[in-house]
Ligand binder design. Structure first.
Ligand SMILES: *[C@@H]1O[C@H](CO)[C@@H](O)[C@H](O)[C@H]1NC(C)=O
Length: 251
């Protein structure tokens, strides 16, 4: 936990600050994998706890959708610093049907226009390993960086089983690629006969200005911390980070 807090503080220090001059030294390295302990809530509970069900998704998915970024794993509402959201790797659903068609919808429930689409893939055939170019790309992935100072954002990943293939060239979907906002998710899923999501996952993220609690008042200190963290993380293997046995955690 301490490591996570440390990484968060650091990210805040790294991501810029106009008020506090002392934060203008930037550290742009990311190393090590940010991992959180497996959540003990169910997917359904997590969707309810984060007020996504029933507000946006009427019926929460039952199954866990594995989703990995290059240096972070999505885990039922865990916090992922914005810089770790730039490189999506894979999404996996092991219970998928061999000959099914699936839709993957990645959304920011707290985007500027409410439900902002981060990416939308349709007609996915192999849900064991979904990459950002799987199936028909309706909305191409863009790194889901929240606007500065816009509070905590809830990002959800929803996998729907289609009734059959969907024409990816229809006008409404082309429009969506130009303006990736879905004002009413229920209406959207009805239009494309997607039903309720079969699997899902979510995480939170936030980009805010440093304040005095971020301990970045001392420039030398924040740069040193940054260098130290990068060094420590690159010397840690993932298991060690998991078990909180890195030096970074103790000091
Ligand atoms: C969203 O769409 C559904 C189905 O078309 C409709 O019943 C519901 O009232 C809509 N919700 C809002 C907030 O407009």
């Amino acid at each position: 936990m301490e490591l996570l807090v440390y990484v968060l503080l650091l990210t805040q220090a790294v991501l810029g600050n106009t008020k506090l001059d002392s934060c203008d030294e930037e550290c742009t390295c990311i190393s090590g994998i940010l991992k959180t302990e497996k959540s003990c809530t169910s997917v359904e509970e997590a969707f309810r706890n984060f007020n996504i069900t029933p507000d946006y998704v009427q019926v929460a998915p039952k199954d866990f959708l594995e989703a990995d970024f290059g240096t972070a794993t999505v885990n039922l509402g865990n916090f992922i610093p914005p810089l770790r959201l730039v490189d999506p790797k894979t999404v996996s659903y092991h219970k998928g049907k061999k000959h099914g068609y699936y839709t993957l919808l990645d959304i920011d429930f707290d985007g500027e226009s409410n439900v902002k689409v981060i990416d939308l893939l349709m007609n996915i055939r192999d849900v064991e390993k979904v990459v950002p170019t799987s199936g028909d790309v309706i909305v191409l992935f863009t790194p889901p960086l929240p606007a500065l100072g816009s509070g905590v954002h809830r990002h959800g990943k929803l996998l729907y089983e289609q009734k059959g293939p969907i024409d990816a060239n229809q006008l409404d979907l082309l429009k969506l690629s130009r303006y990736p906002v879905i004002p009413n998710l229920t209406k959207f899923t009805k239009t494309y006969h997607l039903g309720n999501p079969v699997a899902g996952n979510l995480y939170t993220t936030e980009l805010r200005r440093c304040d005095s609690s971020d301990k970045c008042l001392d420039k030398d200190d924040s740069v040193k911390q940054c260098e130290r963290l990068c060094k420590i993380l690159s010397n840690c293997n993932n298991d060690q980070i998991d078990q909180m046995q890195c030096d970074a955690v103790d000091k």
